[in-house]
Each structure stands twice: as C-alpha cells, then as structure tokens.
Write a new protein. Structure first.
Length: 340
C-alpha cells in the first residue's frame, strides 16, 4: 500500500467525510467537508482532483459555503456525463438545532462549476424531543450515501431521518424520474423503520444483474435490504455480519463489490479504523471475505473513517479517509490483490 495526501485543511479547520468518483476522462474528483469540529460547527464543502491516478492532487477549492453547516458531501457521475453533488445542512444557531435540507447540485463541466441546488423531498419532518436532540441526528432529513443511477435512468437518493410520531431514525430512498431535476416526496420508499431500531446512513449498491442493495448502519451490526424492481420495493432488513459505520461501496469491473467502512467491532483497536473487503458474491452474505485494516491514524480513531472508494486502471484501488490529527484528507493506493 502507498499513502497519499489529498489535501490539508487550512489553519484552524479540520477535514471530514470525503467522497470520491473517477470521472469519464480518468480524473479522480474528491469532495469533503471542512469545519471547526465533527459537529456543532459551520462547515463548507471543498474539492480537489487528481489526473495521475491519485498520486498528486490539485489545490483545494471551495465549492459550497453557505451560512449553514454544509456537510456529508457525496459526488457521483451519471450516464450523460453530468456530476451530481449531494449534501445536507444543519443550522446550529437555533435550539433545538434543525436540518433545513438535503440538496443536490449539478455540474455539466466536470466539477468546475455547479448549478443551483434543488431539495430532496421526504415525509420525514423536524421531530425534536430532548432524547432525539441529544442524539445529534435530529432533523427533517439528512443523507450519507451517494445517489444511485438505475438501469432505467431513474435516480435514487438515500436519506434518513425521523418520521412524524417516531422516536427512532428510519432510512429511505427518494426517486427522481427526470434526471435529478426534482426529488418529490411522493417518490420516497422506506428501507428500514422500527420503533426500537436506529436505521442510519443508507448506502446503495447496484449489482451487475440489476439488484440494488442498501447497507444500513444501526447501533449493532449493519443490515442489508435488497430490491429486484429498481427500488420500488425492498426485502426486510437482514444482518450483514459486519460492524460497519459510515460505509462506502463500489461495484468493481468484475462484478465484485468493494466495501470500506469504519469498523466498530474492536477487532483491530478500540476505535473506528478504516477497513475494507472485496465481496466476491454480493448476492449472498457480505461477511464471507477477508477484512483488512487499511488506515489507522494511531490515536483516537473514533473520529476517523467515512471512507471513499475508487477503482483505478491496472487493477489498482484507492481508499480515502480523513485524519484530524494531521488535518489531512489521506488515502491508500493498493492493488486489488491486497484485499484477497
């Protein structure tokens, strides 16, 4: 493995939550949040790119900076070549604090400029009890995973939040049938909702045969739900066997799935180091392949991970995370064989 530094945050700021995509011209584009802290601070979204397979990187540039905390950016390229950037906002200036929106912006020039964002609709509403407020995830609607383009050209945005009358978080997908121009609440389908279970951070994966798999973070092991009809209906949540937090997935060119996440099993250390596995048979269980420690900052790794994964040419992989101790977005370049 070879360590690379994507960028260092400016003095007084810390980097968080990277997302990455290899675009059609071969560049790797990475976006992330910069802020004073993991929560309860205003953040902005920053981007950098590499034209040489992740070895060297451009100077960071700010792409979103509003009065709110702009956070958890996710970037994806859709079939017509456009890039979609999704993120959510928190307003920390009010008590209880609120999450005004999940937003999606479009770039038609490879990420140089971005159009006006549009909101993602949902039946979830701001539901503020003292217990939920203390969980630091209260709000109308928030997001974690990348938007997924389906074989029929429709798009799914994975979101999570609290429905009216609920005390626990639910996960759902919101559908766009017009290429991401609108995201009506009427297109929302629930992935997981139980009164005693927190379903968080849904991450979507499209398998070669057309099945869509959603990985849901819970307080215990992550759960899997599956759809064979382009996300219109989903199987009940089933255990994945993985203690996965803040995951990212990518279907590789041979049909296997690259999965990286923050491991909370304490198998490698008491914190949340970045681990990865290649799931050779993603239609089956996701805990049957070797799990590898990829990045461990060596200190308090609870505030680490939220990885991003990219497949490069020559059977090379890039796994990116953040290091608050060096104030850097960092990555590991490694051959696919290192994960077997």
């Amino acid at each position: 493995m070879s360590r690379v530094v994507v960028a260092r945050a400016i003095q007084g700021q810390l980097p968080y939550f990277p997302s990455a995509v290899r675009v059609g011209d071969g560049r790797v584009l990475v976006v992330w949040r910069e802020g004073l802290g993991h929560v309860r601070s205003v953040g902005r979204i920053v981007a950098a790119e590499s034209a040489d397979g992740g070895v060297s990187w451009s100077e960071p540039r700010v792409v979103v900076d509003t009065l709110y905390d702009d956070r958890d950016p996710m970037v994806v390229q859709v079939g017509n070549g456009d890039l979609l950037l999704s993120w959510f906002q928190i307003d920390w200036t009010v008590r209880p604090w609120v999450c005004p929106a999940v937003l999606v912006a479009r770039s038609t020039d490879g990420g140089t400029t971005w159009g006006e964002p549009v909101g993602v609709g949902s039946a979830m509403v701001d539901h503020q009890t003292d217990e939920v407020w203390r969980s630091f995830r209260a709000g109308h609607i928030v997001a974690h995973g990348q938007i997924l383009e389906l074989p029929n050209g429709e798009l799914l945005a994975p979101v999570y939040g609290v429905f009216p009358g609920d005390s626990a978080h639910s996960a759902s997908v919101v559908r766009s049938t017009d290429g991401g121009l609108t995201w009506p609440a009427a297109g929302e389908v629930v992935l997981g909702r139980k009164p005693d279970t927190e379903y968080l951070e849904p991450v979507l994966t499209l398998l070669p045969g057309g099945q869509v798999v959603a990985l849901l973070r819970t307080d215990e092991e992550a759960m899997l739900v599956r759809s064979d009809d382009n996300g219109l209906s989903w199987s009940p949540p089933e255990p994945s066997g993985l203690h996965a937090s803040s995951a990212d997935t990518l279907t590789l060119s041979d049909g296997a799935v690259l999965l990286a996440y923050g491991d909370v099993s304490k198998r490698f250390n008491p914190g949340r180091p970045t681990v990865a596995t290649v799931i050779r048979e993603p239609l089956g269980r996701w805990d049957q392949d070797p799990l590898h420690l990829i990045i461990d900052t060596g200190q308090d790794t609870w505030d680490q991970s939220n990885p991003a994964v990219v497949e490069l040419s020559g059977d090379q992989l890039l796994i990116i995370t953040y290091d608050i101790f060096t104030r850097e977005i960092i990555g590991e370049l490694l051959p696919r064989a290192a994960l077997t």
